[in-house]
Design a protein around this ligand. Structure first.
Ligand SMILES: Nc1ncnc2c1ncn2[C@@H]1O[C@H](COP(=O)(O)OP(=O)(O)OP(=O)(O)O)[C@@H](O)[C@H]1O
Ligand SMILES: [Mg+2]
Length: 191
């Protein structure tokens, strides 16, 4: 299957954006201990509508994602797919949700596991997420500690909008792309 962790994170973050949240937080962390285990983990927190335990059970049930809603999709997405991918590649997951208050979905992956999907395009993922309509604030934390290309930065949608405008016209999108790639020290792949 051709999908990346960035696709998974985008999908789970989109659920948060569609939850009626005013604040959407995303943390993406990659770490490698010297000579030790390597891990990719993320957490999405929203202050949206939340789920009852029954709704959460339904949302995580793989038999509910039967491909009827999105017959054109090559891969199933949503929470069951996240859970399946994490469990199959030596990782894990955690979901906490409270009706009327919000939801936090986190998952971690063993970066050395052969069944782990490729990480994918992180700056491209942040760009898609920053363009989600709905939340007033989208707050992204990105940390990578692998001994060589360490990263630690934070992006807030409201601050970007002040600097770049409404993130809807082509000029501000080009600037946004360039900015996100520069944060990731990924300038060679500009655009
Ligand atoms: N962060 C969240 N807050 C509130 N409800 C959620 C959240 N995440 C998932 N849900 C609930 O779980 C359901 C299933 O989520 P899932 O992502 O599998 O499908 P979907 O979002 O309905 O459709 P799709 O992602 O295929 O467009 C959602 O419709 C929603 O009711
Ligand atoms: Mg969804």
């Amino acid at each position: 299957m051709h999908f990346t962790l960035a696709d998974l994170v985008t999908d789970i973050t989109q659920n948060g954006a569609e939850s009626g949240a005013s604040l959407l937080e995303l943390e993406v962390r990659e770490s490698r201990e010297p000579g030790g285990p390597a891990e990719f983990r993320f957490a999405v927190t929203d202050n949206g509508k939340g789920m009852t335990p029954e709704e959460l059970k339904r949302a995580t049930d793989p038999f509910v994602s039967d491909g009827i809603k999105h017959p054109h999709r090559k891969v199933g997405l949503g929470l069951p797919f996240l859970i399946q991918t994490a469990e199959q590649s030596g990782g894990g997951w955690d979901i906490k949700s409270e009706k009327g208050r919000g939801t936090r979905v986190s998952a971690w992956f063993d970066a050395d596991n052969v069944d782990m999907p490729p990480v994918g395009d992180i700056p491209g993922m942040f760009r898609s997420i920053l363009m989600f309509q709905g939340p007033r604030e989208i707050d992204i934390t990105r940390v990578r500690k692998n001994g060589t290309g360490d990263l630690d930065y934070r992006i807030r949608k409201t601050e970007l909008a002040e600097a770049l405008g409404d993130l809807e016209d082509t000029a501000s999108l080009v600037l946004l792309n360039r900015y996100l790639r520069s944060l990731e020290a990924d300038e060679d792949e500009d655009e």
